[in-house]
Design a protein around this ligand. Structure first.
Ligand code: ZN
Length: 293
């Protein structure tokens, strides 16, 4: 098993190490992140496909589905199809945006406020495409600095909507805000008394997929949603890359049955809390080891 793990890691790392520019990038990863990065890389390999076989799921995701998104566009990239299908089924769908999305505003000569408003508007327009209510925006400038406040707000939103399913980025996603968002959700779910289903979606990396959702019927709508993110798309073409990712995932199902799919790692509430607690402990241990030098 260890040998397979190493072989899988080697297969992932070899192309990175082979290219000079990528090698420099790889060295640029801080030590604190490296354990989590290793896990994330391993989860993206075929190593898991031998024993994790994704099962098809269909909308609706209970009577009320809530998407927790760290940044404006995560909700559409990761689960725009699931949102569109939920709305189409006549069940409740809502989005909670955690941050102001304004990191890097100085480099663009913008104020935090201006960048936040611009990005909020794009998420609002994406919601309009599928006739969904506007997202709720917390506008937090930093998740780490407003951790407790974020926990309370997420918990209140789950309670207010009696959410049956909560969507959140995959806990091993490469973006630190995406991991912190999971730490926040796990805390919030500790006080929820019903069995919320947690679906972890893909934004910056792949998840370990155990469920797959066919989104053929709403792919046009998802693309129209993605096109609302003019600002985000001006840096990276998320519309094109997300379309490609969803097309790639059609291989999860038999030929002729699916053209586009979203994938998730779904776990029930208690197992989710346990999983996130482990990841959080691993992250803390790595940080402590780095401090010790
Ligand atoms: Zn994000």
């Amino acid at each position: 098993m260890i040998r397979n793990y190493l072989r899988a890691l080697y297969r992932m790392l070899y192309p990175l190490l082979y290219s000079r520019s990528q090698f420099k990038l790889f060295l640029g990863v801080t030590l604190r992140d490296i354990d989590l990065r290793m896990h994330a890389l391993a989860s993206a390999t075929d190593y898991f496909s031998g024993f994790v076989r994704p099962v098809p799921v269909t909308a609706p995701f209970g009577h009320s589905m809530l998407v927790v998104a760290p940044h404006q566009d995560d909700e559409t990239i990761g689960c725009g199809g699931a949102l569109a299908l939920q709305v189409k089924s006549g069940s409740a769908a809502s989005v909670l945006l955690l941050t102001d999305g304004a990191d890097g505003c100085e480099d663009l000569g913008m104020t935090r406020q201006a960048m936040m408003e611009l990005r909020n508007e794009e998420s609002r327009r994406a919601a309009e495409v599928i006739h969904m209510e506007p997202p709720v925006f917390l506008g937090l400038p930093s998740l780490a600095a407003h951790f407790d406040e974020a926990v309370t707000r997420v918990r209140n939103e789950i309670l207010r909507r009696t959410a049956d399913a909560v969507f959140i980025p995959f806990v091993l996603d490469g973006h630190p805000d995406h991991r912190t968002a999971n730490f926040i959700l796990a805390e919030a779910l500790k006080d929820i008394e019903w069995n919320v289903r947690v679906f972890q979606y893909e934004v910056w990396g792949l998840c370990v997929p155990n469920v797959v959702l066919v989104i053929d019927d709403v792919m046009d709508a998802k693309i129209a949603m993605l096109e609302q993110f003019v600002f985000a798309n001006s840096a990276l073409d998320y519309t094109n890359s997300t379309k490609g990712l969803n097309m790639f995932h059609s291989r999860m199902l038999g030929a002729g049955t699916c053209r586009y799919a979203e994938r998730f790692f779904e776990v029930p509430r208690e197992e989710y809390i346990d999983l996130v607690t482990r990841v959080r402990a691993a992250a803390a241990a790595s940080a402590a080891a780095e401090r010790r030098g």
